[in-house]
Design a protein around this ligand. Structure first.
Ligand SMILES: C[S@@+](CC[C@H](N)C(=O)[O-])C[C@H]1O[C@@H](n2cnc3c(N)ncnc32)[C@H](O)[C@@H]1O
Length: 393
């Protein structure tokens, strides 16, 4: 493909990604993979170049752009050479018209600007869209960080997590023996810190209420050295079912999964009432802390959806509180940097609950109300809000 044809391909792909974002269709990555499946003429270099252009355009557009062409013309404003490729030659985009609209550059959609937690200062928000590093968590059920480092000499120890390794960009970790044998798992450093902050250990009963496909479950099981009971529940059957092969690869044997019926979560968890030493609520959220990985989710969030998420988070906190034994802990986390989902949610819970805020064992992050915020700008991790409470004895 010529450079101009790559630009035209990126425009067409962006149009499909925009349509998918407007109709709750597939994620950008899925759209890109499907698109290339039917265009065998595109070689690996073409694919890489087109993908890179598409993601640059997505990252640059805080608001959903009017069209793929407007999005790429926005990128071309910062790179005049790209603009010269809009020349109308075969397979190239049409020449740029007089006064033709370009997508404005912004980190966040306008309506979200005032909703960030105050510790996420506007001057640092560009970091929310930087490229995320490839972080690994060492699975202590399979070996130590030194052993994993010896198996992956390209790695460097993560700056914050004592069980983390950071890989060079583009490293194909899933082809490595260390990954195949379960010695390492791909996990953002922030998620690792959050799992460690739960202080799970052998002999405890732990509930991972919103376990999804088990990212934090695996980390909790390792901290528990596979001993005693770890209940991993979720309302999404598909996600829960993806956990089993991960557990097996990691050598995890103490996990019991439970499918929850949304709104009736208490029914499936009745036997655990006041029985858990630790309950983690890694709640569904806006994902504003993970824009580095999924920048196009900025276009999918609406005020309505955010309000529904805030209501669901409050409900899950109430469900979780009932499972904590006297003296036990509840940990709440969201990969969000929005105040409503973080410090305000925590404050409202503290006001209505008998559980008492309890400081987190976490050296990283910045205090945000009763919790802490990890952010791409300050900590180089995905963005999270985390808070902890203890049930009175
Ligand atoms: C942030 S994700 C969890 C990620 C997971 N803990 C991990 O580390 O990979 C939030 C999860 O909450 C689940 N969820 C949504 N509604 C729920 C409900 N009513 N009860 C339990 N889980 C729910 C979603 O299916 C999703 O898997």
């Amino acid at each position: 493909m010529t450079p101009a044809a790559r630009v035209q391909a990126a425009i067409e792909l962006l149009d499909e990604i925009l349509a998918a974002a407007r109709t709750a269709g597939p994620a950008a990555d899925t759209v890109i993979t499907r698109w290339f499946k039917t265009r065998r003429y595109a070689g690996s270099k073409d694919r890489r170049a087109v993908r890179e252009l598409v993601y640059r355009a997505i990252r640059r557009s805080g608001e959903i752009p009017a069209s793929g062409r407007a999005a790429l013309l926005g990128v071309a404003e910062e790179e005049p050479e790209l603009r010269t490729l809009f020349d109308g030659s075969p397979h190239a985009p049409a020449p740029v018209g007089e006064g033709e609209a370009t997508a404005p550059a912004a980190v966040a959609p306008h309506w979200l600007n005032d909703l960030f937690d105050p510790v996420v200062e506007p001057g640092t928000r560009a970091a929310l869209l930087a490229r995320a590093p490839l972080d690994l968590r060492v699975n202590r059920l399979r070996g130590s960080r030194d052993e994993a480092h010896a198996a992956l000499p390209e790695a460097t120890p993560s700056p914050l997590s004592p069980i983390g390794l950071r890989m060079p960009e583009g490293f194909r970790i899933e082809d490595s023996e260390a990954w195949l044998s379960g010695l390492v798992e791909v996990q953002d450093e922030g998620s690792q810190l959050l799992a460690l902050a739960c202080e799970a250990r052998p002999g405890l009963t732990v509930v991972d209420l919103c376990a999804g496909a088990g990212g934090k479950t695996l980390a909790l099981a390792a901290e528990m050295a596979n001993q005693r009971r770890l209940v991993a529940s979720d309302a999404d059957r598909g996600r829960l079912s993806r956990m089993a092969p991960r557990l097996q690869r990691a050598g995890v044997t103490n996990v019991e999964t439970r499918l929850l019926n949304p709104g009736c979560e208490r029914d499936a968890l009745a036997d655990l009432r006041s029985g858990a030493d630790i309950v983690l609520v890694d709640a569904p959220c806006s994902g504003t802390g993970t824009w580095r990985r999924n920048p196009e989710t900025r276009w999918r969030l609406t005020p309505d959806r955010l309000a529904r998420l805030v209501t669901l988070q409050a409900h899950l906190l109430d469900v979780a509180a009932e499972l904590v034994r006297p003296g036990g802990f509840l940990v709440y986390a969201v990969c969000s940097l929005l105040r409503q989902e973080g410090r305000d949610q925590a404050e409202r819970f503290s006001d209505r609950s008998s559980l008492v805020p309890s400081p987190l064992a976490m050296a990283a992050g910045i205090a945000a109300g009763t919790g802490r915020i990890l952010s791409p700008a300050q900590d180089g991790t995905d963005g999270f809000f985390v808070a902890r409470w203890q049930a009175p004895c």
